[in-house]
Structure formats: structure tokens, C-alpha cells
Design a protein around this ligand. Structure first.
Ligand SMILES: Nc1ncnc2c1ncn2[C@@H]1O[C@H](COP(=O)(O)OP(=O)(O)OP(=O)(O)O)[C@@H](O)[C@H]1O
Length: 575
């Protein structure tokens, strides 16, 4: 990352505030008068006053310095209104740009459920805009003052003692070069720190939002590992950043300690051979100790952090404010208007070296139709369900939903279009109603009743005492079959136009299974059933038989006539 986008953004927002900046510079010059004159006046006080035994003269020079200090204080006082005029409107201007960027994005992603989260993003970057205002205010107030004092001290030193000024100037220039050279590395590492901090927040937010799911799936250790990994990464990023900050040592040595040491060590020689007076040496030391040293310490400590924060936060805002470019994915999101599923020459293996579970599989399930998938154990039925939902992206070929490749669809949009109900029923602690409306929280009571009736869950609802009955962790007294009925009613209620059941009725007796499956088929939408019984295949319009060496697609009757394996499976299922 470079500082260029940050500088561009800041320049754009400071444009038009030239008058305030010029006044700021002018009053800073007034404020810099005392540090500039301090060494010169101190030298005169010593050389003309105290050393020759004329304390009144010495005190007069010091009084002149005090008068200048008063003038400097006036400069400091006059700086604040111009500081406010420069910095205060910055927040409004940045927030305006941020909100405009968010509005552009929301328009660009019309119809995307994720766009609903734009408000949270705006509030976050608004805080960053406030941070920029505060950082810039602090930088202009403190850094400006200290840098002005440092420059004034160097100028004063040059007038007072040109030779030492040359040596000190060279060493300070070297220190500044080292500091500037290391700034790029520090910015990069600090940027990584900020990214990891954001990652911790995002990871924790996802887990907190889905904490019920995490507990229901007994995934606490995995969740803890995920957050732990993010925290470890952040700690490593911080260590790496801290190492890059070690550059302050050579900068302080070159900019502060070495010049002071050299001046003190060479003082007798400067006085005896180069004709410097004692007062001039004392004034030069004064410049180093009271002007240059605080300026350089501030630059490498607070200033370094301040500059880094400004560059990184401004860079982040520059990204947010930038108008988003239209992506192919964004266009594709808007194109999903039908919900047929198609697999085109799909090949899927669980690892690069493993035998493919699915090989060159092609399949078309038109919108609103019903497909049953059958086959011996281990032939890849569940794998196919995962491939069709996008959970397992194929290595070869592609799967499309409404002719749009799943890879081009936003994941949230895909999840809202396709419901996958697996064999293991997911029932969580809460009310029965909460469990039923899990995929459609805005369902009305009448819609919930309809779903309960359609899949045959009424008896269970009555037994439990109504929709508000509480289900304890682990499902309580619900049998395996009842849990499956809960998940089937949930799928029935869901607004997803595509439903995939992966042996989701295996604990139901045949009549209950027939009722639930028929309800889901008649509800509308595309239905794919990984069949547990042959009766599921008999109800479907298409049947896919997964088998070595090649899958067969047909109807129950055509497969019965053409495939000995299918006939065998039917016979096996019926006995
Ligand atoms: N996560 C995984 N990693 C590696 N191999 C896997 C994974 N999941 C499944 N397999 C393998 O892929 C093959 C197909 O498994 P899959 O579960 O899709 O078959 P299935 O037809 O659904 O079986 P069943 O009817 O017994 O549920 C099997 O050989 C299985 O061992």
C-alpha cells in the first residue's frame, strides 16, 4: 500500500481552505520566534552579561527572551481558530463522500440482500472519518508546533554557530532519511494490523450472530479455533509492526544523542580553536536540548503513530469513497430470474489425487420439476447435493441456477435461493415456532399452520402444546422422525425456490414420507430428493441413477426397463 490515495483524498478535502492554511503557517512562524531566538539571546546573556559580571545586562537579554515568549504565546492563541477552520469541516466533507460511495454501491447492488448491511458499513466509516478529523487536528496542533520549534532551532543554531550547525544538520538529515526510508515498511505492517483487527471483528460477529447454530452443532471448539486463529494472526502482525518500530533507535541516536555528544565533546576545541564563546556553546546546547530533541522524539514516537494512523485510515476511506466498478458478478446477480438447475459436464473429487466421485455428469432439472437421485451407498448422492448447492465447487464443468453459473452468484443470494435439508435434523433450543420460521422469520401464523399441516406435523405440535412450546437443547423429547418433520416444515415455509432433500425423510415411515414429499413437490419450486426409498423415485418426474461407470437419467419406468441395477435396487427396496 502506498500513501498516494490517502494524500490525494486529503488534498481534495483540504482544497478551498488555502486561506486558513496560510494563516496557520503565518501564526506558526510567530509561534516559532522564541525557539528561534532562544539560543541567540541566551548566548548574549552569558557573553555580555553574566560572564563579564554584568548581571543586569544578562537579565535584560533574558527579559527580551521572555517578551518573545509572550509573543509566541499570542501566536499559539491565534492558531486555534484557523486550526478549527481547517479541520472541523473535514469530517462533514469526508462523511459526505463516504455516504455517496455507499449509496452508489447500494444502487449498484439493487436486489442484493447484502446491500441491506450497507448502513452498518456507513456507520463504521463515519467513525473513521471522525478519527481522521481528530488525528489531523492533533497532527496540526502538536506536530506542527514541534516541527516549527525544530526548524527554528536549526536556523538559530546556523546563525549562532555555523560549524556545529553543519555537523548537527548532517546528522539530523541522516536521521530523517532513515525515518522516511522505514516509513513505507511501517505503513505496510500497520495496514496488516488494521486488516487483522477488522478480521477479528468480522469473525467474532459472524460467530455471535450464529451462536445458536454453533451451540446446536456442538461447534464451539471450531468457533473458538477460528477466532483464536484470527487473534493469533493479529498478535503476529502486531509483533511484526513493533519490530519495524525499532527504527526509532537509530533515528534518535543520529538525530539527538550523537549531535549532543559531539557538541559537548568538542566544546573546548570549539572555544579554543574556532573562536566560539562560552555563551555560543551554551546557546547551541540549548537549541539541541530544548528545540531539536523534543521535535525528533515527538516525530519518531507520537508523530510516527500519528502519521501511520492518518495514512492507513485515510487510505481505507479512499477505498470506501471510490465509486465501485461494475463487476461481472454484480451483473449476474441481477440476472437470476428462473430457478432451473443444470449441471454441465461436472467432475468433482475430494482432493487432487483422489478418484473423482462425480465424473463428467450432465443433468437438467427444469424450474418447478421434481428429480429423485438414487444409487448404491457411496456413489456420490450427497456429494451431488453439495455440488448443486454450491457447497462443493466442481473442479471441472459448471453448475448453473437459472442459467447463471453458481460461481458468479453472490453466496448470500445463492443461500436464499436454495434450501438444503440434510439427513441430520438441525433442531435448536428455542420455541417450536422459532425452529419452524428459521429460514423465513417473517412468516405469518397462518403460513406456519399451513406448513405444519402440509408436512404432517400437527400431532407433534399438539403433543408439545402449541407453537410456543420450548424445545430444550438437544431436541428434548422430539423423536428423530419428528425432528425431520420440523426441518421439512421449515423447508416448506422457506421462500427458497429450490429445495434439496438429502435423505431428509429417512426416519419417517413411508406414508409420512410420501405426505411430506408430495407437499414439497406441490408447494411449487424445484425439488431434488436424494431418495431413501424407491417410492421417492416413483413420485419424481425424473430419476438420476448414480452408478459406475456412468450415471443414468430417465424416469422410474424407463430406468426400470433399461437398467438392471435400478431394477435390482427397486427389488431390494421393496423387500
Ligand atoms: N468430505 C469427504 N472427503 C473425502 N471423501 C469423501 C467426503 N465425503 C464423501 N466422501 C467420499 O465420496 C464418496 C461419495 O460419498 P457420498 O456421501 O456422496 O455418497 P452417497 O451416495 O451419498 O452415500 P450414502 O448413500 O451412503 O450416503 C464416498 O466414497 C465417500 O467416502
Amino acid at each position: 500500500m502506498t500513501a498516494a490515495p490517502a494524500v490525494r483524498l486529503l488534498r481534495g478535502h483540504l482544497r478551498g481552505r488555502g486561506r486558513a492554511l496560510r494563516r496557520l503557517a503565518a501564526w506558526s512562524a510567530v509561534e516559532g520566534l522564541p525557539p528561534f531566538a532562544s539560543g541567540l539571546l541566551l548566548a548574549r546573556a552569558i557573553d555580555d552579561g553574566f560572564l563579564p559580571g554584568r548581571p543586569a545586562t544578562g537579565l535584560a537579554w533574558l527579559a527580551a527572551l521572555a517578551a518573545l515568549q509572550a509573543l509566541g504565546a499570542l501566536g499559539t492563541r491565534r492558531i486555534y481558530p484557523w486550526l478549527a477552520e481547517t479541520v472541523e469541516p473535514l469530517r462533514d466533507s469526508l462523511v459526505g463522500a463516504v455516504v455517496a460511495g455507499a449509496v452508489h454501491r447500494t444502487i449498484d447492488r439493487a436486489g442484493d440482500p447484502l446491500a441491506a448491511g450497507a448502513g452498518a458499513g456507513v456507520s463504521q466509516v463515519t467513525e473513521q472519518a471522525e478519527a481522521v478529523r481528530a488525528l489531523l487536528g492533533t497532527a496540526l496542533r502538536n506536530m506542527r508546533q514541534m516541527l516549527a520549534a525544530g526548524i527554528a532551532a536549526m536556523l538559530g543554531l546556523a546563525l549562532l554557530a555555523p560549524l556545529p550547525a553543519l555537523v548537527v544538520g548532517g546528522s539530523v538529515a541522516l536521521a530523517l532519511a532513515v525515518f522516511a526510508g522505514a516509513l513505507g515498511v511501517q505503513v505496510r505492517r500497520y495496514r496488516v494490523v488494521v486488516r487483522h483487527a477488522e478480521r477479528i471483528g468480522e469473525t467474532a460477529a459472524v460467530i455471535v450472530q450464529g451462536v445458536r447454530d454453533v451451540v446446536a452443532c456442538a461447534a464451539e471448539p471450531r468457533a473458538a479455533r477460528t477466532v483464536g486463529a484470527a487473534v493469533d494472526a493479529q498478535a503476529e502482525a502486531l509483533r511484526s509492526f513493533a519490530r519495524s518500530r525499532l527504527v526509532r533507535i537509530p533515528v534518535l541516536v543520529l538525530g539527538v544523542h550523537l549531535p549532543l555528544l559531539a557538541l559537548l565533546a568538542l566544546a573546548p576545541r570549539l572555544v579554543e580553536q574556532d573562536g566560539l564563546t562560552t555563551g555560543q556553546v551554551a546557546g547551541a546546547v540549548g537549541y539541541l536540548v530544548t528545540g531539536l530533541r523534543p521535535a525528533i522524539v515527538l516525530l519518531v514516537d507520537a508523530g510516527g503513530t500519528l502519521l501511520l494512523s492518518l495514512v492507513v485510515v485515510l487510505g481505507r476511506l479512499a477505498e470506501v469513497c471510490a465509486e465501485p466498478a461494475a463487476t461481472p458478478g454484480a451483473a449476474a446477480r441481477l440476472d437470476v430470474t428462473s430457478y432451473g438447475i443444470e449441471a454441465e459436464h461436472v467432475t468433482f473429487a475430494y482432493s487432487p489425487d483422489a478418484e473423482p466421485v462425480l465424473s463428467d455428469l450432465s443433468l437438467h432439472v427444469p424450474e418447478g420439476t421434481h428429480l429423485a437421485v438414487v444409487g448404491p451407498s457411496g456413489t456420490g448422492k450427497s456429494t451431488l447435493a453439495n455440488v448443486l448447492t454450491g457447497l462443493a465447487p466442481p473442479q471441472g464443468g459448471r453448475v448453473t441456477l437459472g442459467k447463471v453459473p453458481l460461481a458468479d452468484l453472490d453466496q448470500t443470494r445463492l443461500r436464499s435461493a436454495v434450501t438444503l435439508i440434510p439427513q441430520e435434523s438441525y433442531v435448536f433450543a428455542g420455541t417450536l415456532r422459532e425452529n419452524l420460521v428459521y429460514l423465513r422469520p417473517d412468516a405469518t401464523a397462518a403460513e406456519v399452520d399451513e406448513a405444519v399441516h402440509a408436512v404432517g406435523l400437527e400431532e407433534t405440535v399438539q403433543r408439545l402444546g402449541g407453537h410456543d412450546a420450548r424445545i430444550p437443547p438437544g431436541g428434548g423429547t422430539l423423536s428423530q422422525g419428528e425432528r425431520q418433520l420440523v426441518t421439512l416444515a421449515r423447508a416448506y415455509l422457506s421462500a427458497a425456490p429450490v429445495t434439496i432433500l438429502d435423505e431428509a425423510t429417512c426416519h419417517l415411515h413411508p406414508a409420512a414420507e410420501a405426505r411430506a414429499e408430495t407437499a414439497l413437490a406441490e408447494r411449487g419450486g424445484t425439488l431434488i430428493v436424494i431418495a431413501h426409498r424407491i417410492s421417492s423415485a416413483e413420485r419424481a418426474q425424473q430419476v438420476l441413477l448414480l452408478d459406475d461407470p456412468a450415471p443414468l437419467l430417465g424416469t422410474h419406468d424407463s430406468l426400470l426397463a433399461d437398467s438392471p441395477l435400478y431394477a435390482e435396487l427397486v427389488g431390494h427396496w421393496r423387500t
